[in-house]
Design a protein. Structure first.
Length: 223
């Protein structure tokens, strides 16, 4: 589990105030911001099975390209500014804590890339996903790697699923974070992370509540 003197402040999809979200430039810019402890980014697979950074299944919203990520090779995606995970791991400072969100079950390919970039013990990183199957696959391939279950709530059912999956934590919509939910998670041996915080007042309140990490953007990130 995370052992930190304070709440981890993670840049949600990098610093995309001036660079496209999930781009290499956004990741590097985020790590130049004071008090930024690390990065949150999304992983999908290219046509040739390469893990790349992209939130949506399509390139339409961010890149303005009418294509699905699975229809293009990693080289073609790079031409549109979509970086490979391996490239990001090579260039992002090792001090950056990484929340690697799997949008789908990528299987062994993402484990191999992460192990090459952050070591067999996955140093200063966690795997997160809304997809139970994605976490199950990671737990099967790399049982010692820390995982967070991403959820919309901190109810007993979500906490139970996270525990059954062997997760070390649960990452939840900040609107659903309350004292009872945190106590429920902590009692189950889980740390709590929150997403996506855009108001500095909310970030301060969550820090005081005892969570382990938060994904930030906008005014909350740029303090």
């Amino acid at each position: 589990m995370i052992q930190q003197p304070r709440v981890l402040r993670l840049a949600h999809r990098g610093d995309h105030r001036v660079h496209p979200e999930n781009s290499l430039a956004a990741m590097l810019a985020a790590m130049d911001v004071a008090d930024c402890d690390g990065l949150e980014f999304d992983i999908r697979a290219s046509l040739d099975g390469v893990p790349v950074l992209l939130h949506d299944a399509s390139l339409a919203r961010v890149q303005g390209v009418d294509a699905l990520v699975g229809e293009l090779t990693a080289a073609q995606l790079a031409d549109h500014g979509v970086p490979a995970l391996s490239e990001v791991l090579e260039q992002v400072p090792r001090r950056a804590f990484l929340d690697v969100e799997l949008k789908t079950d990528l299987g062994r390919s993402v484990v191999e890339v992460l192990a090459a970039g952050r070591g067999a013990d996955l140093q200063r990183a966690v795997i997160s996903s809304f997809e139970v199957s994605a976490i199950e696959r990671i737990r099967g391939l790399a049982p010692a790697w820390p995982c967070w279950l991403n959820t919309d709530h901190l109810r007993a059912g979500e906490v139970r699923i996270a525990r059954e999956l062997g997760c070390v934590g649960i990452s939840v919509d900040w609107h659903a974070v309350d004292a009872a939910g945190i106590a429920r998670a902590v009692a189950a041996g889980l740390e709590v992370a929150a997403w996506t915080v855009r108001d500095p007042r909310v970030s301060r309140r969550l820090a005081d509540a005892g969570i382990a990490a938060m994904c930030l953007e906008g005014r909350a990130f740029a303090r």
